[in-house]
Design a protein around this ligand. Structure first.
Ligand code: SF4
Ligand code: SF4
Length: 302
């Protein structure tokens, strides 16, 4: 978790992306560790998003967010974190997306309002227009969080904006672009930062059939769950807080591919099932789609 000192350093580091002078010495020293010419920059855009994924990324503990954007990658722009705003930000985004600012990785958080493009504007241009143009210039695309991957909560049944994820957005336009899907609502910081380090230092990671890095999404929550033994013995929790498998309380662990049970959350302190809460399938492509699939429900099939 960021303390105040680290936050101030992080904010200072971000100003460097805009050539703001008088850097604090520790920031200047950290920036010397990488050759900015040698690695692609990270252009972080947001669509229909609650910014929860960005908040989660800032909770990374080891390495810290500051280390991630200075030693291992270089964040060029982020709407919430960057020191600039207005025309300066728009000019910067335009420069990258038109291909004039060198190599960059596009990171998208949030879904794209495909039926209502004006619902998501950056300056006077739609997010959709930027994303179409970016397909020609970016080195790689990373969809961060369930909204950017599959539409997520903004794509819930009955939504008016036609919210979709980045992969579907490109497929609908016959744009052949590999999108690395980091699913989760919100995402685990390890999933994102380690994928970005892989892209920067090694290249495209191995992907599952859903386009997510196999490193984190190859096995289901269910098969590595510490309560799997209870499931086999048919020892089921009857209400929240009970011991036993949470399947009858609607746990979606059997249908959800992610490594939460071995990685844990909040710096390894806990995770959903450890906290006696069923997995709500936040890393599943079907997350939050159907009105008749509330997060918490009694599983009548059980
Ligand atoms: S609690 Fe959920 S993930 Fe764990 S064994 Fe039961 S159904 Fe599977
Ligand atoms: S256990 Fe399930 S709901 Fe919890 S973070 Fe992991 S995928 Fe999401």
């Amino acid at each position: 978790m960021l303390d105040r000192r680290e936050f101030v350093k992080l904010a200072a580091a971000l100003t460097t992306a805009f050539s703001i002078s008088n850097l604090p010495e520790p920031v200047a020293a950290a920036l010397k560790k990488i050759n900015p010419e040698a690695i692609p920059k990270l252009l972080y855009l947001q669509g229909q998003s609650c910014t929860g994924c960005s908040i989660s990324l800032l909770q990374s503990e080891s390495p810290s967010p500051l280390t991630m954007i200075t030693d291992y990658s270089q964040l060029a722009f982020h709407a919430d974190l960057s020191a600039t705003s207005g025309k300066q930000s728009i000019d910067l985004i335009e420069k990258f997306i038109s291909g004039q600012a060198g190599e960059y990785i596009l990171a998208l958080e949030g879904s794209i309002p495909d039926s209502m493009p004006i619902a998501c504007m950056i300056g006077h241009k739609t997010l959709a227009a930027y994303l179409e143009e970016a397909a020609r210039t970016m080195s790689a695309a990373v969809a961060i969080g369930s909204c950017a991957c599959d539409g997520g909560i903004p794509a819930a049944e009955g939504n008016l904006t036609g919210a979709i994820g980045l992969q579907e957005f490109y497929a609908k336009r016959n744009i052949d672009k590999t999108v690395v899907n980091i699913r989760g609502c919100s995402v685990h910081p390890d999933w994102v930062w380690q994928t970005i380090v892989h892209l920067v230092k090694i290249g495209l990671p191995e992907l599952t059939e859903n386009g997510s890095p196999s490193l984190f999404y190859a096995r289901s929550i269910h098969e590595t769950c510490p309560r799997y033994h209870d499931f086999q013995q048919e020892i089921f929790a009857q209400k929240l807080g009970d011991k036993g498998c949470l399947f009858k309380l609607g746990c979606l662990g059997p249908q959800t591919m992610a490594d939460c049970s071995s990685r844990w959350w909040n710096g390894g302190r806990t995770w959903c099932i450890d906290a006696n809460a069923p997995c709500i399938g936040c890393a599943s492509p079907l997350f939050a789609r159907k009105k008749d699939m509330p997060f918490y429900r009694i599983n009548r099939q059980g």
